[in-house]
Ligand binder design. Structure first.
Ligand code: NAP
Length: 214
């Protein structure tokens, strides 16, 4: 995602482990304090961003009778609370210099059709409704920030895709009309489209990247 977006955007990331990359700010997205500190650092170093992509996600792949309360809470804090906090920081610091901004939230078709993991499915459904709500509120408040979501089906070659139980992946593949999973580039291309000017009249939308599954 980052490398594809870097063709058109100057990308600054937030990650639990920053590593050696100067353009990645260390941040545990389950902590409100760390989010606020990291965002403030980014503004000081680079200025207020024009675009925000909420991509981090937590999937425990645990069913209703085994998932713990801590796991449930960690899904909600990263999958929905962090995108809300970051969207609010983004909107509050958005410059009134005539520029146009956009937020893209990476949801999931699990937020539309469910998942074995109740925390993942319900938090992604919440992220879709957060997208619609902020899209309307920002437009009504005359903020030049569009808010959209992409909802991928299973993505091949990702750590999260590997956590989806094998039997479920098999059944997904049989049900997907295009008979294959998404690539990371196909998801990143949808994000890039929604960030760009070609999507200038699109806000509050959920773009499924799922080979026709939903
Ligand atoms: N893969 C799929 O099949 C699939 C399908 C539909 C939707 N999605 C969505 O696509 C997005 C990207 O997922 P992915 O496939 O790239 O999954 P992934 O490989 O598991 O990556 C998730 C990312 O979120 C980060 N993260 C988790 N908790 C964090 C925290 N507390 N603070 C900071 N970062 C945190 C992880 O950081 P660490 O590396 O430090 O853990 C990791 O970089 C997610 O929103 C996911 O729900 C994925």
């Amino acid at each position: 995602m980052r490398s594809l977006l870097s063709d058109d955007f100057a990308v600054v990331g937030m990650a639990r482990k920053a590593g050696k990359d100067a353009c990645v700010r260390r941040c545990d997205l389950s902590s409100q304090q760390e989010i606020e500190e990291a965002y403030s650092d980014i503004i000081q170093s680079y200025g207020a961003p024009s675009f925000l992509v909420n991509c981090a996600g937590v999937y425990h792949a645990k069913g209703w009778d085994v998932i713990t309360v801590d796991e449930f809470d960690s899904s909600y804090s990263v999958n929905i609370r962090a995108p809300f906090l970051l969207s609010r920081l983004f909107a509050r610091s958005f410059p009134s210099d005539g520029r146009k901004g956009a937020i893209v939230n990476v949801a999931s078709i699990s937020g539309q059709i469910g998942s074995i993991d109740p925390a993942y499915a319900s938090s992604k459904a919440g992220l879709i409704m957060l997208t619609r709500t902020l899209a309307r509120s920002f437009a009504e408040d005359n903020l030049a920030i569009r808010v959209n979501a992409v909802a991928p089906g299973p993505i091949e070659g990702t750590a999260m895709g590997d956590r989806i139980p094998h039997e479920r992946m098999k059944s997904y593949r049989e049900k997907i009309p295009m008979k294959r999973f998404a690539t990371t580039n196909e998801v990143a291309n949808a994000v890039k489209f929604l960030l760009g000017d070609e999507a200038s009249y699109i806000t509050g939308a959920v773009l499924n990247v799922d080979g026709g599954l939903v």
